[in-house]
Design a protein around this ligand. Structure first.
Ligand SMILES: Nc1nc2c(c(=O)[nH]1)N[C@H]1C(S)=C(S)[C@@H](COP(=O)(O)OP(=O)(O)OC[C@H]3O[C@@H](n4cnc5c(=O)[nH]c(N)nc54)[C@H](O)[C@@H]3O)O[C@H]1N2
Ligand SMILES: Nc1nc2c(c(=O)[nH]1)N[C@H]1C(S)=C(S)[C@@H](COP(=O)(O)OP(=O)(O)OC[C@H]3O[C@@H](n4cnc5c(=O)[nH]c(N)nc54)[C@H](O)[C@@H]3O)O[C@H]1N2
Ligand code: SF4
Ligand SMILES: [Mo]
Length: 683
């Protein structure tokens, strides 16, 4: 008799954190079935949840370590590859650890990420460790920490169903977080009004009562305009402002400069609509803001985030169910990667590197003298590689050649390294540039935890053995640390649960999340200081997370994109996601998903296309100051005139050939992935 097993687990794609069941036959994962009682998705999944398991047993899986010699990969034994990596890391760890850099994988469990930052810090003595949040929700972490004292989402996902009014700005959740989108649909059924502000008429916008079309990069002006209208109409929550916040007068002084005519000119939005939406937001009983990358991926991303916080505090919409500022975190475990201290300025649990007492605590725990100067961010590491200041980059599961801005710049930077080490499941565009490739076990093949965007920590179960020849991420790093001469007991664990214990011990906000509690299907939300605390998802109920308990308004001026359009490059490019693909490596190896959308495209407004004589589906040339690609055109009225859009998933027509890597947000080092100037031509 054939034995079929169901193993509950958590989806490895977006930050919604849906539960699924693996279907396992003869020891192999062969499908996914609904997890009916899972509290987040109640048995429903999106196409990625349904078919996204197909990469697991794909023949492209890496199963042998590879070493590059004379430009070609050759197979190597684990011993040889690990010795080579360890000796190169040790050379710099002993002399100048800041020549080493580490990227952690926000797709893999917390335990792996924790060990990546531990290898950087305890293994090599450097604070140069970061991950893709930098070019994702880095502005959320910085912006909400400045305003609310904590960089995380203020509410759990269920809260949205209690909202009366939802202001969704720069989030296309029906494609990027579909099971959160389902909760918005329920909120609408419960009577909520949905407004979507986006330069594209997205599937999410199509559900809205009001769609606000406006120009990419003008969100601060839009929200300042709304704030002014709310104050002029006396709809601000004076009580909340007085008792729970500071900095109101300074914020008000700047916002009052944004009268409607000026805002309409900057944003190209309809002034009457701005006014109407502002008044409705302020008058609603419970008004929620939902945002994602349309807000963050700008050179003023942190300002955009803080504008959402200003709006919410102005109207007293923080600390209550149905309200709040709800950033939809991207990667399944990007919240966890931030929490685990894969950040150059923070140890696990947001304990600050710059605080000498904290650094002493970690120097003691890690048996090494650590610097109190924060390390380099992900973008700074790549730039340091470019200029020759960084010599070795260790990438645990990220694909920056495809995902960082300006691919040409990234490849030049990598070529300048002495060694690029990539620990991966597949031969990605980045792995192809590596000197050493280490084949890792992946999702379904290991235990551990993911922390979703609503701070829900959930336990992952193993459903099949990893392919022969691969190793668990944390074991690979244990072996490297030991070969570098670090004490085995510092890096040795019997299993992921043992790593979890260390995380709990070191991070107060995770301390209450015992392994036992994690085995319950609903997981546990942090902050969770005490094992007895029920740890509800709502934050800032009575006070904010700053030491004085007050939220801090920020005075913000509109700055706009760094690169502006001109005669040579007259179109503003934005870059986005589509429902069926998730970045690249995994979904492009899921047959069902890849068949749905087999290649990329550029969305161009009907008028812009007509001016250029471009027809729908025709291959066109798109170019910027940095590079050019050939790509099929999708001619549509669903995008604002003057703006074009490329989904970021496709290496054969990669958006990041065109984007700009030297447009930093000074507040969080985000680069401007959602705005650069390009031209599109008929071929
Ligand atoms: N299917 C799928 N889902 C995913 C992912 C995936 O690759 N595929 N990736 C995951 C990750 S890592 C992330 S971070 C999230 C991202 O989730 P989202 O942020 O929702 O995804 P995007 O499509 O990148 O961008 C959202 C919207 O921002 C709009 N936008 C562009 N410029 C501006 C602007 O200046 N202002 C405003 N207000 N809006 C603007 C775009 O038109 C787009 O509709 O998705 C996660 N979920
Ligand atoms: N133009 C443009 N560029 C963008 C964006 C955009 O909107 N526009 N969005 C940005 C955003 S929000 C993000 S998050 C980044 C995403 O950029 P990346 O972080 O580069 O994205 P992924 O492709 O998800 O990379 C994860 C890799 O880890 C591997 N992997 C998965 N699980 C494991 C595991 O358990 N162990 C190991 N070792 N490897 C594993 C996968 O095979 C995959 O190659 O892209 C950014 N780039
Ligand atoms: S919504 Fe996100 S977590 Fe849920 S099934 Fe889809 S990709 Fe997975
Ligand atoms: Mo992301």
């Amino acid at each position: 008799m054939v034995e079929i097993k169901y193993v509950p687990s958590i989806c490895p794609y977006c930050g919604t954190g849906c539960g699924i069941n693996f279907v396992v036959k003869d020891g192999k994962i062969i499908g996914v079935e609904p997890w009916k009682r899972h509290p987040v998705n109640e048995g429903k999944v999106c196409p990625k949840g349904n078919f996204g398991y197909q990469f697991i047993n794909h023949p492209d899986r890496l199963t042998t370590p590879l070493i590059k010699e004379n430009g070609e990969f050759r197979e190597a034994s684990w011993d040889e590859a690990l010795d080579l990596v360890a000796s190169t890391l040790k050379k710099y760890a002993d002399t100048d650890p800041n020549k080493l850099g580490f990227y952690a994988c926000a797709r893999s469990p917390n335990e792996n990420i924790y060990i990546t930052q531990k290898l950087a810090r305890a293994g090599c003595g450097t604070q140069n460790v970061d991950h893709c949040a930098r070019i994702c929700h880095g502005p959320t972490v910085a912006g909400l920490a400045t305003t609310f004292g904590s960089g995380a989402s203020t509410n759990g996902y269920d809260s949205i169903e209690e909202a009366d009014f939802i202001f969704c700005i720069g989030s296309n959740n029906m494609e990027a977080h579909p099971l959160f989108g389902r909760k918005i649909i329920r909120a609408i059924k419960n009577g909520a009004k949905l407004v979507v502000a986006d330069p594209r008429f997205t599937p999410t916008a199509k559900l809205a009562h009001e769609y606000m079309q406006f120009k990419t990069g003008t969100d601060v002006a839009l929200m300042n305009g709304m704030i002014k209208i709310i104050i002029e109409n006396g709809l601000q929550d004076d009580e909340f402002i007085k008792n729970r916040t500071k900095g109101y007068e300074e914020m008000k002084e700047v916002a009052m400069k944004y009268d409607l005519d000026k805002v309409a000119e900057i944003t190209e939005a309809d002034p009457e609509q701005i006014e109407r939406v502002a008044l409705e937001y302020a008058q609603a009983e419970n008004a929620a803001i939902v945002y994602s990358l349309g807000i963050t991926e700008h050179s003023h991303g942190a300002d955009n985030v803080m504008s959402t916080a200003n709006l919410a505090m102005l109207t007293g919409n923080v600390g209550k169910i149905g309200g709040g500022v709800n950033p939809l975190r991207g990667q399944n475990n990007v919240q966890g990667a931030c929490d685990m201290g894969a950040l150059p300025s923070d140890y696990v649990g947001y304990q600050k590197v710059a605080n000498p007492e904290i650094t002493k605590k970690f120097s003691d725990a890690y048996q090494i003298e650590l610097p109190t100067t924060p390390g380099l961010t992900l973008v700074e590491m790549m730039n340091a590689a470019h200029s020759g200041d960084l010599k070795v980059l260790y990438i645990h599961g990220e694909d920056p050649v495809l995902s960082d801005a300006d691919i040409k710049h990234t490849k030049e930077a990598i070529a300048n390294l002495e060694m690029l080490i990539v620990q991966e499941l597949f031969m990605t565009d980045t792995a192809a540039e590596a000197d050493v490739v280490l084949p890792a076990a992946g999702w379904g093949e290991q235990e551990g935890t993911f922390t979703s965007g609503e701070r829900r920590v959930q336990w992952l179960r193993k459903a099949q053995e990893p392919p022969e020849g691969t190793m668990l991420d944390w074991k690979i790093m244990e072996e490297i640390a030991v070969r570098m001469g670090r004490p085995r007991e510092l890096f040795h664990y019997e299993n992921a649960a043992e790593i979890w214990e260390e995380i709990r011990e070191l991070a107060p906000s995770y301390y209450g999340i015992t392994h036992e509690r994690l085995l319950k299907p609903e997981g546990v939300h942090w902050p969770c200081l005490d094992p007895e605390d029920p740890c509800e998802p709502l934050m800032h109920k009575d006070k904010f997370a700053h030491p004085d308990g007050l939220g801090v308004f920020q005075a913000l001026e509109h700055r706009g994109p760094v690169e502006v359009v001109d005669d040579e490059y007259p179109l503003l490019l934005t870059t986005t996601r589509i429902l069926f693909h998730y970045h690249a490596a995994m979904t492009r190896r899921c047959e069902t998903l890849d068949k749905e959308v087999p290649t990329g495209f550029i969305e161009i407004n009907t008028e812009d296309a007509a001016e250029r004589g471009i027809l729908n589906n025709e291959i066109v040339k798109a170019y910027s100051r940095r590079g050019e690609i050939e790509i099929p055109a999708r001619v549509t009225d669903d995008i604002k005139k003057g703006i074009v859009n490329i989904p970021m998933h496709f290496t054969e027509c990669a958006a990041n050939m065109l984007t700009n890597s030297d447009s930093f947000d000074p507040k969080c080092k985000m680069v401007e992935l959602k705005a650069c100037a390009i031209q599109v031509e008929k071929l």
